[in-house]
Design a protein around this ligand. Structure first.
Ligand code: 0L1
Ligand code: MG
Length: 256
């Protein structure tokens, strides 16, 4: 366990890296952390943003593909938090100078319709019954670590690389378990299926409920949930980037 003082020091280092758009070496190299420590640093990092006036808007899941879990040698998803400072309107503009080395992922988003009691021991809670809408989405990830080199604990501390998100048109909740997905940027593209997200994004919601209970994440009415990436990330470059999820629609952002 690291001390509370070290938690604050590491959160400040990540916060400064993001605000000054300057990367930082791995924290875990110099400060070995447990996963509990890493989530404590993440919470302190979010508290700094909230303290500056940002508003929490939801949560995001990472490591939701088998390939990524195997690559990191882990068997559980990671969770980070979203704020209004990260939100870009569909069709809106993102300023690349805010980011260190941004990448973009095609995702599916859910909207929470009513508060979920994450303190309840009731293991029968049907999280899908607490969700009313689904949308195509883009996630901008921007690890604060040099060259995207991090340990499992590092990336959790760094709010799971969360940096931006764009939500497409909301649709009533429906089966999205195996829909073709296409991500198109000016300098790259990727194709896949929503099935890459834990064999179906509804499974990501169930995994989120488990993590919310164990790690104390709130799930409130109106929250956005980014369920995870349907393909590997591609670099986010100037110009238009779109994500199309068959049957759900399209979402896009212009980067300058
Ligand atoms: O959202 C994600 O799946 C990415 C999680 C963090 C890992 C990375 O930065 O590549
Ligand atoms: Mg993601």
């Amino acid at each position: 366990m690291i001390t509370e003082e070290t938690v604050d020091e590491l959160a400040a280092r990540l916060d400064d890296a993001q605000r000054s758009v300057a990367d930082t070496p791995s924290l875990a190299d110099t400060h070995p952390m447990t996963i509990d420590d890493a989530y404590a640093v993440q919470k302190a990092l979010l508290a700094r943003r909230i303290g500056r006036g940002e508003r929490r808007t939801g949560v995001k899941l990472g490591f939701t593909s088998k390939a990524k879990m195997e690559q990191m040698g882990v068997s559980e998803i990671i969770v980070g938090e979203l704020t209004d400072g990260m939100c870009v309107a569909d069709g809106g503009t993102a300023d690349l100078s805010r980011f260190i080395h941004p990448k973009v992922e095609p995702e599916v988003a859910f909207r929470i319709a009513r508060d979920v009691d994450v303190d309840s021991p009731d293991t029968d809670t049907d999280i899908t019954a607490c969700v009313d809408a689904v949308a195509p989405a883009l996630e901008i990830i921007d690890s604060r670590y040099r060259d995207f080199r991090f340990t499992y604990e590092d990336v959790v501390a760094d709010n799971t690389s969360a940096a931006g998100y764009v939500i497409g048109p909301w649709q009533p909740l429906r089966d999205v378990s195996d829909l073709p997905v296409r991500l198109r940027g000016e300098n790259g593209e990727a194709a896949g299926s929503t099935a890459a997200i834990l064999d179906g994004p509804l499974n990501a919601l169930r995994a989120l409920l488990d993590m919310a209970r164990r790690r104390g994440f709130a799930l409130r009415a109106g929250d956005v949930v980014l369920a995870g990436a349907a393909t590997a990330a591609i670099p986010l470059t100037p110009g238009v980037t779109t994500c199309e999820v068959a049957g759900l629609g399209q979402v896009g952002v212009r980067c300058v």
